[in-house]
Design a protein around this ligand. Structure first.
Ligand code: GCU
Length: 579
């Protein structure tokens, strides 16, 4: 999927700003005609991008789950060509109207979608854009909506969160990433795929219409290929290639031009690093060299903005990632904003890109679940397959979380189909998923994954306060996972710590215990030949839905929510940099 670009042939107007929003708990908005305009009554200012929860907490919408109607007006550009609305994502689903006429809808949650509005917007006209957003998840998707009735019916009252969720983060609602009004040629470059090799080869496969050849340039190399049946393939070789890595994240400028009768009619481009990633035995190789992953699981979460794109926070977080000596991040537990990957490309942070699927409950998995899970995988790969920083895809986090026997008994065909689908879409990157202890170390998904990834909390949810027992249990997990003959990776380990809480002995929730647990895990990770590294859970404290075991936030961050370092931040810095 081509990102919004501004050049001689394309433009992108950012519609970020203060919109209006009107909440619709009784779902009366469509009948009331809000699609044509939400009206002045009962509406509120809302910043886009931004979640409504903290912005409008005082108006009563902190915990709101349901439909909300957003409205803004914009002037359609005069540029010739197609006019396309492009949403970076919404949380989680949306329908879109222009001047009261339905224009289209979102697809997989938390991924971009485009709606061609050329016929609905005359050049230069001022139009009303209305977007109905809901943060109520679909029932059948890989996210499987959960309701308070589920907790009652399943006698899981003690696990109930407010709002009702099946995951340990806050279900923010809103238009959380930028919205652009893109103009692009009537006929032009539709999409492309690029793969790179350490010898400098850059292989391009381009889909386009309205021209007769493609021309590409990168790093002094130039190539051309005819457009045949809407496709062109060409390979360039960059002379004396400077490879991309965490130590040297060198990026080249790739340009792709569509030529018609000798005249350039469209162009797209991106920054691109030359690198290769693959699994070999129990090792992960970057540019042919084994790499040990140091880093974190994160969340998109910040004060007031909620999950809304927060550029100053991204600048800060990448400074802090480098300060700790991290070389990688998993986008737990959903695709992040495209701007995140721009920073990762520039800073040399390796990214495990994760699909939005948490705690998949196999008592409730049906044919539609796999269909929508495959769609979410396909859309994530379509968005990020040209990203230098993305080194692997994670297809799910902690399925089988409840330890339901259906997971062990029924899930292998599901994973065989899903991993096969992902591998066919992108054979160039390893695949994984994050295993929860309740799903067992003989997790059916491990048979289809390229990397055996585990989340473990020995010393926290089990063996609390007993780091020796925790280390022994972790070693046993490593030895068992290594039986699969694949690399083992620990995507989550950590402990909550209240900043300022201290003890002279092992005490849960103290800064010392969090740091000591992380160091104990890292000692085992570094010692085991099949383990390729680990990600501390979590980079920073983050808001969760309300639950008796959460003090407003999940406090496993090595940084607080406002990015103040706890003792654990200094400890991982010493472990990973020696400083
Ligand atoms: C799980 C889950 C995380 C959660 C963490 C925790 O492993 O993947 O989303 O926040 O445990 O309980 O802290």
């Amino acid at each position: 999927m081509i990102r919004p670009q501004r050049n001689a042939y394309r433009d992108a107007v950012d519609l970020s700003g203060v919109w209006r929003v009107r909440f619709d708990p009784d779902e009366e908005g469509e009948a009331a005609g809000w699609a044509g305009g939400i009206g002045p009554d009962a509406s509120h200012d809302i910043a886009v991008p931004g979640s409504w929860n903290e912005q409008l907490a005082e108006a009563g919408y902190m915990n709101y789950v349901g439909p909300a109607w957003f409205e803004t007006r914009f002037r359609a550009p005069q540029n010739p060509g197609r006019r396309v609305l492009r949403f970076g994502s919404v949380d989680y689903l949306a329908d879109v109207w222009i001047d009261g006429r339905h224009a289209g809808a979102s697809s997989a949650p938390m991924l971009p979608f485009e709606i061609d509005v050329t016929e609905l917007t005359a050049p230069g006209a001022i139009v009303t854009l209305v977007v109905r957003v809901t943060n109520l998840l679909p029932v059948d998707g890989p996210m499987q909506r959960v309701t308070r009735e589920d907790y009652l019916r399943e006698n899981r009252r003690r696990e109930e969160y407010l709002p009702a969720v099946r995951f340990d983060f806050f279900p923010y609602g809103g238009i959380n990433r930028p919205v652009h009004l893109v103009t692009r040629p009537e006929a032009g470059i539709i999409d492309y795929r690029v793969t790179t090799a350490t010898d400098g080869r850059v292989a391009l496969c381009v889909e386009a219409e309205g021209g007769d050849k493609l021309r590409a340039t990168i790093g002094g190399a130039v190539g051309e290929a005819p457009l045949i049946d809407g496709r062109a393939e060409l390979t360039l070789t960059v002379p004396d290639p400077r490879l991309w890595s965490p130590a040297d994240p060198h990026l080249y400028e790739l340009s792709i031009e569509l030529v018609a009768a000798g005249v350039v009619v469209d162009e797209v481009g991106q920054q691109l690093g030359l690198r290769e990633v693959r699994v070999e035995g129990a090792r992960l190789l970057l540019n042919g060299t084994p790499v040990t992953l140091t880093g974190f699981g994160k969340h998109e979460d910040s004060p007031i903005r909620g999950r809304g794109l927060d550029l100053p926070l991204l600048v800060k977080d990448f400074q802090l990632l480098k300060w700790t000596g991290a070389n990688s991040v998993r986008t737990s537990h959903y695709p992040y904003a495209e701007e995140f990957y721009d920073f990762a490309d520039r800073h040399g942070i390796l990214v495990i890109d994760e699909v939005f699927s948490i705690n998949l409950d196999f008592r409730k998995v049906g044919p539609e679940t796999l269909v929508l899970h495959k769609q979410a995988v396909a859309e994530l790969i379509a968005r990020d397959r040209n990203r230098t920083c993305v080194i692997a895809w994670s297809l799910a986090n902690e399925p089988g979380y409840l330890g339901e026997p259906e997971y062990r008994d029924q899930s292998e065909p599901y994973w065989e189909a899903l991993f096969g689908h992902a591998r066919a879409l992108d054979p160039t990157r390893p695949l994984t998923h994050a295993n929860v202890a309740y799903a067992g170390i003989d997790d059916p998904a491990f048979r289809h994954a390229d990397i055996c990834t585990i989340n473990r909390y020995h010393g926290w949810y089990s063996e609390p306060g007993q780091l020796d027992r925790a280390a022994a249990a972790l070693r046993a997990d490593f030895d068992a996972a290594a039986q699969h003959g694949k690399p083992v990776f620990v995507a989550e380990f950590g402990a909550d710590a209240l900043a300022g809480a201290h003890a002279t002995y092992d005490q849960l929730f103290t800064e010392e215990y969090q740091a000591d647990l992380i160091e104990a895990y890292w000692h085992e990770i570094a010692a085991h030949p099949a383990v390729i590294g680990g990600h501390v859970w979590n980079f920073a404290d983050f808001r969760t839905a309300q639950h008796g075991r959460r003090v407003i936030f999940n406090l496993k961050g090595v940084f607080t929510r406002d990015r103040t370092p706890k003792s654990a931040a200094w400890r991982v810095r010493r472990l990973w940099t020696g400083k």
